[in-house]
Design a protein around this ligand. Structure first.
Ligand code: ADP
Length: 458
């Protein structure tokens, strides 16, 4: 029989993750089950004739379920809070055994093998087959079948009192041995076929999931080697362009002789385009390196200091455009982000630089830093040109530039925000954008970039 079921070691890790995620869900489900049980009791009291033993027993069982459910939920919460590696399989096993025991009692109270609640065993068996090793669920199923058979036999032979529900059936079924035998055989078949089918389906699903994960890993590896190749080529492109730039410099600076004003103007334009090409190459190299390097530095970074420094560096650009940059540090306690200072500086100077770049003369930029339990919230808002709604979801894509830039001569490569997003997610954070920003107006709606970064006390 054991060969019918798959070996848990085949996908132990996957099963553990599944069990961990489902334990809390079962606790919630059990509260609903108690409500359902009490509602059914009320319904049965109205439509049928329950004995006071039946009513009180169901009430006591409901209380017992509530009590152990609260205990289990406390245990799960304590383990989550202390971040200990909880043995999820054991907790699941305890839950399933307790539930089966309660169900067994309810079935006895509601008529033994005459009880319509018999079918609920199948739910437990199916859930157990997904979550528990096949060997354990088979042992549980054998125990359940044994207990049910014993219950049927003891009631039949009069060793225990049968609890009949008045008004449900005309006459008795529990005292007919033919009914008992057929009923139990059908029950055994149903239990073991359910285990076999559920295990088979679960095994196939886990196998697929594993294949999918392997395929993802292979795609990532292929992407990395492609990235390395592209990075190499792009790096090589930089050398000839830099050489052209220095030749142009020689001519523009007239070291090679006089140059006509028309030629000089064309050469300066060519030099500008060359600078732009080098900037694009540098951006591509930055993002490629970031993607290739899986590790980031792990130092304590004080975000307040970092943002203040970046603002100081951007002061000249703000003054040039008469932009008022305001910074509100609302973080009261000393907390820091653990991460790579250089990368975080790159991300924030990119965002603040963008605000300066996309805000017209006389505009304003508002930066705020707040801390909350799990980390920091940084808001960089401006009253600049904003981002059209249809482009909002694409701004973090590589090389994307919003459609409202078409008639504006604002230089850029569309690479910055993809680098920023990569850096933020490498630090376990998230970044979102909205436009209008809330500090803009109809003509210049502005944009807000909101970043969440996990932090810890320094
Ligand atoms: P770029 O080099 O074009 O600035 P980014 O990746 O930094 O590239 O930004 C992508 C696009 O997002 C920009 O081209 C611009 O359309 C839009 N964008 C980014 N920041 C702002 C901002 N503060 N205000 C308006 N638009 C912005």
């Amino acid at each position: 029989m054991a060969n019918l079921f798959f070996d848990i070691s085949f996908h132990e890790e996957d099963v553990r993750t599944l069990i961990k995620n489902n334990n809390e869900w079962f606790v919630k489900l059990r509260y609903y089950a108690v409500v359902l049980l009490l509602c059914s009791l009320l319904g049965a009291m109205a439509l049928l004739r329950l004995s006071s033993f039946q009513v009180y027993s169901i009430l006591i069982i409901s209380c017992a379920i509530l009590v152990y459910n609260i205990l289990i939920s406390k245990i799960l919460k304590n383990y989550t809070a202390s971040q200990k590696n909880i043995n999820c399989v054991k907790i699941s096993l305890v839950q399933i055994i307790l539930d089966l025991f309660q169900l067994f009692l309810i079935i006895y109270i509601t008529g033994g093998i005459e009880s319509p609640l018999f079918i609920f065993f199948v739910f437990h068996i199916i859930i157990g087959s997904i979550l528990l090793p096949a060997g354990i669920i088979v042992i549980i199923a054998i125990c359940v079948c044994g207990m049910i058979s014993a219950l049927g036999f003891f009631e039949y032979s009069g060793l225990i009192k049968h609890q009949h529900i008045e008004g449900l059936l005309q006459g008795n079924l529990y005292d007919r041995w033919e009914f008992l035998v057929v009923y139990l055989i059908v029950f055994y078949i149903m239990v073991f076929v359910s285990i076999y089918l559920t295990n088979k389906i679960a095994r196939q699903l886990f196998k697929r999931e594993r294949e999918l994960k392997n395929a993802m890993r292979r795609i990532e590896e292929a992407e990395k080697s492609k990235q390395k190749y592209v990075t190499g080529i792009i790096h090589e492109l930089k050398t000839p362009i830099a050489a052209i730039q220095s030749m142009l410099d020689l001519v523009i600076l007239k070291y090679t002789g006089p140059v006509s004003p028309e030629a000089e103007e064309k050469l300066i334009r060519a030099k500008k385009r060359g600078d732009e090409a080098i900037r694009i190459i540098n951006d591509i190299l930055k993002i490629s390196k970031l993607k290739l390097l899986n590790k980031i530095g792990l130092e304590k970074v004080n975000l307040n200091e970092l943002i203040s420094e970046i603002l100081e560096n951007q002061k000249a650009s703000c003054e040039l455009k008469n932009i008022k940059a305001e910074y509100k540090n609302k973080s009261e306690i000393t907390k820091s982000v653990t991460g790579d200072r250089l990368l975080l500086e790159l991300a924030f100077s990119n965002l603040i630089g963008n605000s300066v770049k996309y805000t017209p003369d006389g505009g304003k930029i508002l930066i705020s830093l707040e801390d909350f339990n799990a980390g920091f919230r940084i808001d960089i808002s401006d009253n600049g040109i904003g981002i059209p709604q249809k482009d909002i979801d694409s701004v973090f894509n590589e090389f994307f530039r919003a459609s409202n830039l078409r008639n504006r001569k604002i230089e850029g490569t569309g690479m910055g925000l993809s680098v920023v997003k990569e850096i933020v997610s490498r630090h376990g954070g998230t970044i979102n954008v909205k436009s209008p920003s809330g500090i803009g107006n109809e003509r210049n709606p502005g944009s807000s970039f909101i970043i969440f970064l996990p932090g810890s006390f320094s």
